[in-house]
Design a protein. Structure first.
Length: 271
């Protein structure tokens, strides 16, 4: 077992509960994105044991973070949304140099790749127009509600695997984010199990698609990923702080996010 993946999973899980922040982006930052996709894609192959030793510690870290940090993130987003989002804004921008290097952008990018990048950025950036409100917590429990939660989990997980697309933001757009976060905070296992099943199936399904494109169209895929990460900056930008104090605090949290990205990138990519 690669037990070091517990801390990596914890970081990914902690960010997955934030609308606008993609766990896939953090996987890029941690230098494990390609391997993550290959491991998920290889669960049903003859080398499944090797992939399981990578995924189990990662999953433990993610689940631990989601259950332990959901309430904290909920509190931060209620009381300090601006500085919180500025921290993750710094983290996301800090990922971009790593993506440029991973894609070997200066050498391999041609005109078509820049066009793909622009399209990716526009698609994700325009998602912000769909975000009207978080939606009320759904108290009803029926077959149609469970189907909605499963479908939401499926779409959300597909987004989690792609850098730049936030699974939490997709839940926000669909209108079930508050319901799922509340269920995690209050241990409502029916909602957790149904949504979790959708997430698991969605991750497996999406990883196969991404693995195909990374294997056969690597440069174009990275162009799309870079574009989606750039587009997510628009999604997560909380607006300018209204007071001088919050401007100062937001600058500090933004700088902390940049520093965190730099430090994690140095640690992971030097290994």
């Amino acid at each position: 077992m690669e037990w070091k993946n517990i801390y990596r999973g914890f970081i990914m899980g902690g960010t997955d509960v934030i609308p606008g922040v993609s766990g896939g982006t953090i996987a890029v930052l941690l230098g494990i994105y390609d391997r993550l996709i290959a491991a998920i894609n290889g669960i049903f192959s003859k080398d499944w044991k090797k992939h399981i030793t990578f995924l189990i510690p990662l999953g433990i870290g993610m689940v631990t973070a989601i259950f332990t940090l959901a309430r904290l993130m909920e509190w931060l987003l209620i009381h300090f949304p601006g500085p919180t989002f500025f921290f993750f804004l710094g983290l996301i921008i800090g990922v971009l140099p790593l993506l440029f290097r991973e894609a070997d952008m200066k050498v391999s990018f041609k005109t078509k790749h820049y066009l793909i990048l622009i399209i990716g950025a526009l698609v994700i950036g325009l998602l912000v127009l769909l975000n009207d409100e978080e939606g009320a917590i759904i108290a009803e429990r029926s077959i149609s509600i469970y189907a909605l939660l499963f479908f939401s989990g499926f779409l959300g997980s597909a987004a989690m695997v792609l850098p730049g697309i936030s699974g939490s933001f997709m839940l926000l757009v669909i209108g079930v984010y508050s319901t799922v976060i509340s269920a995690i905070s209050n241990l409502e296992f029916d909602v957790i199990i149904v949504t979790g099943a959708g997430i698991l199936i969605g991750i497996i399904f999406m990883s196969k698609i991404i693995n195909f494109f990374l294997t056969n169209y690597r440069t174009s895929t990275f162009a799309a990923i870079i574009g989606m990460v750039i587009g997510s900056i628009v999604v997560i930008f909380p607006g300018w702080p209204s007071s001088t104090l919050f401007v100062f605090v937001s600058i500090l949290t933004f700088a902390a996010g940049l520093a965190g990205a730099y430090i994690l990138g140095k640690v992971e990519y030097q290994e």
